[in-house]
Design a binder for this molecule. Structure first.
Ligand code: AHR
Length: 611
């Protein structure tokens, strides 16, 4: 029985309750949401010629830096062509995959001794799918543009930039974009991926991270000013998530703060930018800026608000207007720092808070509660927020087991509704093998009932991370996977969609008496997290449609197991691992605090399990 007090006043719901967390991890930006198809278009990768090669042996290429397009974009490709019709080629991200009849916009900057420059789209076997003349080459840098419409589908293809006479040419900023981007924006977003985000009906978009805000060192920190203005003037950086498998992971900042704000506006979501608090990533031992060098970092935060909201006659309001948006973006939220902790953080945060609150008293300032799910530290941080450290919202992160999520659906029942609001800025249930599973998604859904019940405490929540490009993955699980032509959501995506698409106005007091409630039918594979008695379940089958997926024979063969050893003892499935093993799975938490046992019941007249 469910009793809802319909005449109660209830707790008003924040329209920002469910949002998305965007970070350039797993190739989420370049090679992902940002629709640019050319990789290393401006030769600024650590390996400057990465993804480029000559079209034939009659071409020699090298990197040059004399008299570049812009000081922020110092490298370009010098192409020495011996035979007419030759040049350089780029296969984008894992080969170009383009659609027959679709329009693609191509552009580049070039200078050289004369002649014409052409672009050609070729398929995997070198077959020509489209060709265009971009124009005449002169001794000065010129920006040339054109269109390509493939006469056939291109799979694993490449774009060639070729010259119709021998000579030495300089080439930079070679760009190929689908004309059909999300909301038809120039320099825009890949349509299917942006639509997947829009379909979640997010109340906010948090960007640009994540650890990427912090940087490995302060030189690598995300600087929003590097990401605005003409794309060939943006100062690029390597990506913090670069690793041995993806040594060339790079940030072009083609998807920059203007594009983020514009996307938020396009989908009706609040923008929630996070700025660096003058500290590099503590988990990577990055050093904080000394307190007497904090000024520029604080100024960047103030300038960001001006960029978003300032009149067009202010310095940064003018930059926004010149980019095509004279109206303010109406920024309401700003996060200071990502996962930073202890006194180094509070000392710096207080300086930011004072400056921001003085100049922008209506701005909602978000503080971080420190490293992910370190509850011991969270308690300390919250004591500070409840006493001497002001914040409108506090950002909590937790990447924990499905059991943790189930056991924590009442987490916020004990938070003070009068204190700062909670921004659950990054969360995801992590299986021990970090797979995206139905069980993880269900545990997140269960946990989120607690967010709704405490809508006066939690006003924002976002799953993390958002995207993963197949073959370029630094972190799992993720919400949305994609390759060049397809994208799909994990079970957790559908949980976020279910919640985001049904945000209520008010949360009413509700009582649930489960004693007579028929258990919902669970179809699919059952994970261990449930204690099942052999007597109760010996005749249970898991089916999907007509297909029998699982028939329990009383053994544990074929089950997903985690948290050490499991076995059937006296007819009951039990975890038999040593405490040590369990601790390895649950981290520093005291396992005995959790209710691991979930009552499973035989489902009268049905086939299935309640997990
Ligand atoms: O979401 C991946 C990472 O997890 C984020 O960058 C960071 O904030 C957290 O540690």
């Amino acid at each position: 029985h469910v009793t809802i007090q319909g005449d109660a006043q209830g707790v008003p719901f924040s329209p920002t309750m469910h949002g998305v967390f965007f970070e350039d991890i797993n190739y989420a930006a370049d090679g992902g949401l940002y629709a640019e198809l050319i990789q290393n278009r401006s030769f600024e990768h650590r390996d400057h010629l990465y993804a480029w090669k000559p079209t034939s042996d009659s071409v020699a290429i090298e990197i040059a830096t004399d008299n570049p397009l812009h000081a922020n974009n110092p490298s370009f490709c010098r192409v020495a062509v011996e035979t007419a019709g030759a040049g350089i080629a780029n296969g984008g991200y894992d080969g170009l995959d383009l659609e027959q009849g679709a329009k693609y916009l191509v552009s580049l900057h070039v200078r050289g001794p004369g002649g014409n420059v052409f672009v050609i789209l070729r398929g995997a076997n070198g077959e020509e799918a489209a060709k265009a003349t971009l124009g005449r080459v002169t001794g000065e840098w010129q920006h040339l543009e054109g269109q390509l419409v493939p006469g056939s589908d291109v799979r694993d293809g490449r774009l060639e930039v070729v010259f119709d006479q021998p000579g030495t040419f300089d080439v930079d900023m070679v760009s190929l974009f689908p004309a059909d981007t999300f909301h038809g924006r120039r320099n825009g977003l890949r349509k299917d991926l942006a639509q997947k985000l829009a379909d979640l009906k997010p109340g906010f978009v948090r960007f640009p991270g994540g650890c990427i805000v912090e940087g490995r060192t302060l030189d690598n920190a995300y600087q929003w000013k590097d990401t605005v203005g003409p794309i060939w003037q943006r100062k690029q950086n390597y990506n913090l998530w670069t690793n041995r498998d993806n040594p060339q992971y790079h940030q072009t900042y083609g998807l920059g703060f203007f594009e983020f704000f514009q996307f938020c506006e396009d989908i009706g979501a609040e923008a929630v930018p996070i700025v660096n608090c003058g500290m590099a990533c503590q988990a990577r031992r990055g050093q904080p800026a000394p307190m007497d060098e904090l000024g520029p970092w604080v100024q960047d935060a103030l300038d960001l608000v001006e960029f978003a909201n300032g009149p067009v006659d202010t310095k940064w309001g003018r930059v926004r207007a010149e980019m095509g948006h004279p109206e303010p973006f109406n920024l309401k939220y700003l996060g200071v720092g990502n996962e930073q902790w202890m006194e180094d953080y509070f000392e710096r945060y207080l300086v930011f808070h004072q400056a921001l609150a003085a100049q922008y008293p209506d701005l909602q300032i978000i503080s971080t509660s420190g490293p992910q799910a370190n509850d011991g530290y969270y308690q300390y941080a919250w004591q500070r927020f409840d006493n001497d450290v002001p914040a409108d919202l506090v950002d909590e992160h937790y990447y924990r087991s499905p059991q943790w999520f189930l056991a924590n659906s009442e987490r916020y029942d004990r938070y003070d509704p009068q204190g700062p609001k909670v921004f659950a800025g990054e969360f995801a249930a992590h299986e021990s093998n970090r797979a995206s599973t139905l069980r993880a998604a269900v545990s997140e859904a269960a946990f989120m009932t607690g967010l709704w019940r405490n809508a006066d405490v939690v006003t924002m929540a976002s799953y993390a991370p958002l995207f993963a490009r197949e073959g370029n993955v630094q972190w799992t699980p993720d919400l949305i996977w994609f390759n060049n032509t397809e994208s799909y959501g994990t079970p957790s995506y559908y949980v976020q969609a279910m919640y985001g698409q049904h945000v209520p106005d008010v949360s009413l007091p509700t009582e649930v008496d489960a004693s007579e409630v028929a258990a919902p039918q669970f179809r699919g594979r059952v994970g261990v997290g449930t204690w099942l008695t052999q007597a109760e379940f010996k005749d249970i089958r898991v089916t999907q449609g007509e297909q029998v997926l699982y028939e329990w024979d009383g053994s544990l063969d074929g089950w997903d197991k985690f948290g050490g050893d499991w076995s059937v003892v006296d007819g009951v499935i039990r975890q038999t691992s040593e405490a040590e093993n369990v601790r390895a799975f649950v981290g520093d938490e005291d396992w005995s605090d959790y209710t691991l046992e979930l009552k499973a019941r035989k489902l009268a007249g049905r086939e299935g399990f309640l997990v």
